[in-house]
Design a protein around this ligand. Sequence first.
Ligand code: TPP
Ligand code: MG
Length: 905
Amino acid sequence: MEDGSDGGLPRAPGVDADPDPLETREWVESLEYILEEKGPGRATWLLNRLEDRARRHGIDIPLGHTTPYCNTIPTRNQPARPGDREMERRIKSMVRWNALAMVVRANLESPGIGGHISTYASSATLYEVGFNHFFKGPEAPGGGDQVYFQGHASPGIYGRAFLEGRLTDKQLENFRRELGRGGGLSSYPHPWLMPEFWQFPTVSMGLGPMMSIFQARFNRYLRDRGLKDTDACRVWAFLGDGECDEPESLGCLTVAAREGLDNLTWVVNCNLQRLDGPVRGNGKIIQELEGIFRGAGWNVIKVVWSGQWDVLLEEDRSGLLLQRMMEVVDGQYQKYSVSPGSFVRQDFFGKYPELARLAERLSDEEIQRIKRGGHDPDKVYAAFWHAVRHKGQPTVILAKTIKGFGLGEYGEGQNVAHNQKSLGKDETQRRRAILLFRDRFGIALNDEEAVKLPFIRFQEDSPEFKYLKERRDALGGSLPRRRRRGPEFKAPAAEEFKEFLGATRDGAPMSTTMAFVRILNRLMGHKEIGKLVVPIVPDEGRTFGMEGLYARYGIYAALGQLYTPVDAGQLQYYKEARNGQVLQEGINEAGAMASFIAAGTAYSTHGVNTIPFYIYYSMFGFQRVGDLIWAAGDLRCRGFLVGGTAGRTTLNGEGLQHEDGHSHLMALNVPNCRAYDAAFGYELAVIIRDGMRVMYEQQEDVFYYLTVENENYDHPAMPDGAEEGIVRGIYRVRPGPGKKKVRAHLWGSGAILNCALKAQEILGERYGVSADVWSVTSYKALRQDAVEATRWNMLHPGEAPRKPWLTEIFEKEKGPVVAASDYVRAMPDLVAPFVPGGITSLGTDGFGRSDTREGLRRHFEVDAESIVLATLHSLARRGEVEAKVAAKAVGELGIDPEKPFSLLV
Ligand SMILES: Cc1ncc(C[n+]2csc(CCOP(=O)(O)OP(=O)(O)O)c2C)c(N)n1
Ligand SMILES: [Mg+2]
């Protein structure tokens, strides 16, 4: 009774023969009777009872998360597909044609420019069913759907937009040549490059799927917090089957299930191939994925076979067809896709005489033409139809397709299909391939026209164009489409932040983290802006002293709080609430980053100015989820990333893996990320207020990276007029003692600024040097300003040169500059060329380790004594103090000249 089949028939290896077929039949007939008379609900109930009972008897029934290798939706549950099939077929063929023409022409014009034909060729039906019947455009009630298109399918998405009249011939001609005249099209979905078209970048595989989960979750958050009714929005994500190997793709499946995201639909294009070859040659990717998704709590809809198989499956009373479908591995299915019908007849059907008989009614040609489910619009429509109606769980549609469908011998099902972009090796092959493709999809071009690969559209008065338009109009307009501007916004007035500009009270030192949390609290209490603030933490809220927010604003939980928290009754208890404001993401920096992205792009996606503040262990930001931060840049995301417990020596006890001394260097590489290393609370207040003005009031597509640290110290009041310098990257914190002849400048950032202040005292008291102390809030901003000016000067030699801001400041100052940072020396070095006389950099090069802050600062040579020594050394080199003063200082300052270099130990 293992499989409920009729028994007595040939078996696949490993499947035991049925010892009592009669008994088996009785059981199977009982089940069928129940199904017929009482329905599937009752059948499921009985089967569950049987399973319970069996388990109580200690029978170890293997846990199965897979179903037979066939369509999940039986034919009888297949809804009738509305619309005009022929019309939709013609439209789809035209999209296919334009997509192919775009890639092939781009590569003929400029060999090696790249592009992909085969991905879209395999997924055209999946997309077209979506476009004609499901995807809701931005004008739909509720604001429409969010669709994550598979990055490599971009030619098809452009092809359709072209048919809709949204892109020009010139743009298509310049596919992958964005600098071309008349504008071009970006290789993949990039909102940065096509800000009115693409919404979501997907081409770093795995990130799109993950971002889509947190987008769907954020849609719920917006609804539950009363910020926007998103119930009509569905999030769709299209993935490759190979892409599912990325840990990010499947790593957050349980989040979607746990949150009950039935507003999320994934479509995995299972063409069984990735770039180099089969995804699972020796197995079955669809079955493997089914098990994973089911296990994670998703609703799984498999679309394996087209309607052409239905008749065969119905006629197969023996169950052998299904068995054979299951036996054959993906590598062999790929082989079938490139083989003649005679081979399939022999290799697939020929395995069992019953199957061979079943196939007798089909000609070899018919066998070859039987399609896979993902190429059958009826089956795909049925899957989408059921998916959008499913309640309580996210749905994944696993659609079996053929990579390079329609490309014939030059791509279809071939291992080289992924990179096929020129159709054949020479002109003759290309001509043949193009004509075959034209014939296969019935494109109305004669041979001579066809080989020129023109981009073709339907006339505006043609029925096809009207249909195309009509369908999109009915569904809320064309997509993808991106909104550039968010709603109007007024940043808080300077007055409202005044309380953060004063000095800390006597005896109440604090860290920049505490200062940040105070500012955040203040913002959350703001009467207009408060509700828009989205604090995001991985499992580190307490580390940053944010537990107060939990009780006050609640942690967002779709189910509310179904238990009494252990700390109920305490002031700062762990409160979960359906309208909670804090996103507590658990130990999931990538997921938290995806939430940051969803919140930071809501101005565009939903027309809601949510302002995310994502605070995390700074080491687990750029280094751990750097590619998501890069994606945030591409997405024109707005908001504040806050790297907590930053600084290689300031986070002292945690050692090598935690102590971050380089995230700012990585932030340098994200073009639209503004990075600040703050020393004092007032700096943070100024930067955050200005950030809100820049991002939300002025609508600049930048985001901020702020590092905050956990060392407690006194914060002075903001020097008068320091705001501009704080924002632009440098300002004078404390001038040196007057009346001294020898002058110097000490730069510091973050907690290391205190070392500079102490060095200032030593230099003044013991060495007669008057050193000004400056806080460098942003090396990145200073460098950008300087590089911009330098470049302009190079391009405009005849005009009055522009001066980098840093140069302007320091050409007026006397004496050398010594910069000390809790980051690597390369940070200050970034701006050295723009300071007259250069600078001496001290920084934390090397792996971190655990010790006291003092110990570490000496080890990395960023403590006050090291700064003093570096200053005296610089002065000596310039002849401003005697060389012997600097030489003597080594011993006087207690520095071991033979100590090892931190970079090397
Ligand atoms: C993170 C990452 N690694 C590698 C690539 C390069 N790459 C692009 S497409 C591709 C194969 C895609 O296979 P699959 O996901 O099955 O998509 P298909 O084209 O078959 O639909 C690879 C390896 C990438 N884009 N992103
Ligand atoms: Mg694939």
